[in-house]
Design a protein. Sequence first.
Lengths: 391, 292
Amino acid sequence: MKLLAAVAVAVAFTLPIGARSAEPIRVGLVLPYSAGPFVPLANELGDSLVMALEESGMEVAGRKIEILKEDTTHKPDVAQAKAKKLVFEDKVDLLVGPIGSNELAALFAFAAGSRIPLIIPNAGDNEATGEKCSPWVIRTSFSNDQIVREMGPWLIKQGIKTAALIAFDYTTGHQAMDGFKKPFIAAGGTIVGEQYPPFGPISDFGPYLTKIKEQKPDAVFTFFAGPPATALVKQFSEFGLKESIKLTAAGWLISPLNLPGEGDAAAGVIGILNYVPAIDNPVNKAFQQKFQAKYNRTASEFAAQGYDTGKLIYAALKANGGKTSDKAAFVKALHEVSVEGTRGPLKIDPKTNNIIQDIYIYEAKKVGDKVDFAVLNRIRNVQDAPNGCKL
Amino acid sequence: MLPDPASLVIQLLNGLQYGMLLFLLSVGLSVVLGLMNFINLAHGTLYMLGAFLGLSLVGVTGSFWIALACAPLLAAAIGALFYGVLLRHLQGESAMKQVLVTFGLIFIGIDTVRMIWGDYEEAIAAPALLADSIRIWGQPYPAYRLFVIALGLVVALLLWLGLERTRLGAVVRAGVDDRVMAASLGINIDAAFFGVFCLGCWLAGLAGVAVAPVLQIYPGMDVAILIPTLIVVVVGGPGSLRGALLGSLLIGMAETFGAVLLPDFASFMIYAVMVLVLLLRPGGLLPARQTA
């Protein structure tokens, strides 16, 4: 009798362990799938992340990888509610999101407070990996400053001496302009004007462009993304600024998502970004080929970030033996892996939890009757200073 | 600090073009408000539908001009349907009810557009005839924007002629002055007002297509333009064509010059103008009915 009881207890103890090793790894994507301006980005990024995981067979160390998607509808409170659902009800092992900075604070606060790894695949607010950094929040995309700060010195080398700035009057716009300004001035440049139109959906830049013409800069540096970017590029040409002023920008201005709408007006625009489709490395070439075959259009920087994020997550999971019960160990694994991504070599900086990556300066060129990209410069291993982050 | 004359001219044109867009939208809303005492916040929805229908028409026929001609008619038809099915029953109801119902229509409109056309922002290219820039005082200015200005002015002229020189115009003016009296004279005021409502919807649809090559088309564009339009109606004075024209020029210029001369106050400018006007003339600058 006692022996039977002992055997039963032994079996009872082994069974749950057996079940656990078959337990899938759950990745929760919390993105604005259905509302707001980032819907196309959410789809491209999310799909590419899954594509990267599928390449590794959607499994790690014998555990299947399950993707759970929740829609934030572009609202921070919904984003937080969905994150809570994913973590407490669906028991995800890590969260991925958001796209836009508007949802960042809500997800950040939740992840940091609940000690759940949050991987930021896009939103670039400097402080998330600066002053406000958290050991639980890791960014695989970029910080706004990281993207823009190399442009100024490069422009000076090209003979550009004066610049006018224009961006929407909100945090990201200001971070992008401030990030450009200081290195540009330090390298000997002069800012002849700055304009910050109110952040709104009406993108009529006529009045602002006319003022820039009066300021007579050698170049304009700007940050816009989405439909306002298309509007700016077109209007820059329509109002005749293209004839005498070089248009330069954070690369989203001439994203593959915008080129069809911009047409010839985009030719000659210079962008700086962590990704451009023309990057010549085997991973990117294979990725672009696969993406274009599946979706019949060029993969954008958002798709590339999604793909690279998938690869980084997989590498960390593999390095940690597929174990996800110790979340801190998973984060540590993220700090230790390095991956050859579409953007080049990628690593997470343990001092800021932000990614270390190459930054590219490139020009949109007219090739036949299409606009294509030519890479002009590549700055390797751009890394953010801690900027107040204490990890 | 004085801008050179060429830039000033270009900025004036910018202000004029934005003003004309506001005029096309506000005149319909203003006249309906003044005549029928009816607040139709879903007016912007017809503007958005005009733009999206124009987009589809351009996609199907390849011609911007066909889209410009037909989309407003479709918008007017949809407006007439709205009116017959729903809005007619709100006549004479409290302003609050009208606001709530038409506000709800806005969201139904946005989601319907998203269901049919998707979430992605779209654009209509300016027609080949107007795709280039013209030199004004040595400065390039997009020809298409000049077209928008011309369109607005032509519409204003035709509306004025219609109001002053036609029988329907006389009926409408009589109805504005004293609806009860006009009705008791045997005039079919309801039919006249329905006609005016449909005309307002047509104008909203026209604005949607006409402005699409300049701004972007997306679900929610109606909400974006609604506030400036309402400000124009309030500033110009409800019910009057001249008020709508004056109001839209004023707001268009305030927005444009505010953006470049007082950038720190730019987003606040049009509200400041509205507050100023209301303090001096609570009924608006040129309302149809002079309040005693």
